[in-house]
Design a protein around this ligand. Sequence first.
Ligand SMILES: [Zn+2]
Ligand SMILES: [Zn+2]
Length: 330
Amino acid sequence: MKSDAFVESGHRKTLEVIVSNQNEPGAKSLGPKASSSSQRIDSQLAETIGSVDNAPTLSLTHDSLTIDGYSRAAVQTYWRIAEMKLGFDLGAQPWDFMALPRFMVSHAHLDHIAALPAYVARRRMMKMEKPTIYLPESAVSSVDAMLKCFSRLDRGRLPCDLVPLTANQEIELSRELVVTTSATKHSIPSLGFIVWERRRKLRPEFVNLTGDQIRDIKLSGTDVTREIRIPLVAYTGDTAPEGLDNCPDMYRAKILITEMTFVAPDHRKEKIHKHGHTHLDDIVARRNDFQNEIVICGHFSTRYNDTQIKRWVDKALPDRLDGRLKLWLQ
Ligand SMILES: [Zn+2]
Ligand SMILES: [Zn+2]
């Protein structure tokens, strides 16, 4: 995986990756889709926001996508895919994540939503557009009431759009990007997400025609193209392994971000599954299912230290899924 760069970085370093793209020749590219105007906006935003290192972030670049985030069970979980201007979960909000105009929240446990009011308030303070926060339908009225409580305490408005989601929905982020939702299995209602790139491709029956012939068919009113979708990033949030199994497209996404809360061999699987979490052994049992180019596992329980986690994973999966498995640890 030559294109991968797995680096530890505070949020300050992550921000430099975005900003340096316009200033330094040969700096890490944002990918072919980033236009110069959007880069200018990013640079302006970065200047407005400033740089404060308030929350840890690990970063991984694969092809043209940069994944930044952090995830430990009961502590905090948050992810960003900068090129998609999209975040997942708000257990904390690294200062520069406020530039993201939208977040998708997998479920309403505190380690996934505690920073939601702060994110809304910070965007308002910076005079940025109100954000859109997608979250499971069952959480919307309580989150709305919670925001109203904070408004009263803070004596400030907290403008945002809360969009209720259920499983098997489709959300259009842009012409190129669509998100689909799926049910995951956790101790409270929860959702997983897949971000798809959609492209138009010439229908197979027309591929051998000349440009003139295709133009004539087009002029006659026939659509010569069909839509194809490529699953780019899948995110499960917290889930028992059924969250993956019930949505096989998760196994096909280029990058899968999932959880491995438990790794110790003596931890009882039935109990772990009952609480809606995944064990290392569940990942091992599915090793042939992962068609992903990258499988990110995080949300480790705080009862383990990093060395223990790496040791148990290397014992159970010595090849780390042919190098595709990335443990989200420093
Ligand atoms: Zn959690
Ligand atoms: Zn949870």
